[in-house]
Design a protein around this ligand. Structure first.
Ligand code: GAR
Length: 202
């Protein structure tokens, strides 16, 4: 094994949706390897996307568990088995407990300029509020939703004729750069958390 490969970070991706951010991650070398993809939905197309690239893909469907604790315990087992150095939430639409998110460094991508418009409807909320600029954020995950230290942000202008779909498409185009860039920095040990600030090391 070369020194570089022995140091390669193990990345586990959690998602709920279409998986365009997963695709962006799989297209980049990252300085690490996506070793497992876990969806909270059976039959998510993103699982096929992973398998097509020979990445293990597993569903831990919330509907198959009596309560949130039982579901999160099963999810934790599936993630633990993959021995991640970092967990990446790439469109994962469920809230994880503080115990879960403090177990591994966890990055999340969110379709707004946090702290504006946290939560599950960030694009619709930004349009409804009438902001002229929104964007994408990658941040470390803490127990409070969408509140962790920010790694990267980039703005996206809102157009007067935007719908949720057109605006979200332009935000996703930004996310597809910002998220792999941030994971790459993590995999090269270049992110240092200093209180609320994330410093990017040379
Ligand atoms: C992305 O826009 C991501 O920022 C958002 O879900 C989308 C997933 O798209 N996440 C959240 O809203 C989390 N609060 P994808 O499945 O095509 O990657």
């Amino acid at each position: 094994m070369t020194p570089a490969s022995s140091a390669a970070k193990r990345v586990v991706v959690l998602l709920s949706g279409a998986g365009s951010n997963l695709q962006a991650l799989l297209e980049r070398s990252l300085g690490g390897q996506v070793v497992r993809v876990v969806s909270d939905q059976l039959g998510a197309g993103a699982l096929d996307l992973a398998r097509a690239r020979n990445v293990e893909a597993v569903a831990v469907d919330r509907r198959e568990f009596a309560d949130r604790q039982a579901w999160e315990k099963a999810l934790r087992e599936v993630v633990t088995e993959a021995a991640p150095d970092v967990v990446v939430l790439a469109g994962f639409m469920r809230i994880l407990s503080g115990a879960f998110v403090s177990r591994w460094p966890t990055l999340n991508v969110h379709p707004s300029l946090l702290p504006a418009f946290p939560g599950a409807h960030a694009v619709a909320d930004a349009l409804r509020h009438g902001v002229k600029v929104t964007g994408a954020t990658v941040h470390f995950v803490v127990e409070q939703v969408d509140a962790g230290p920010i790694v990267a942000q980039e703005s996206v202008a809102v157009r007067s004729n935007d719908t949720i779909e057109t605006l979200h498409a332009r935000i996703k185009a930004v996310e597809h750069r910002l998220l792999p860039d941030s994971v790459t920095l993590f995999c090269h040990d270049r992110l240092a958390i200093d209180g609320r600030r994330v410093r990017i090391l040379p």
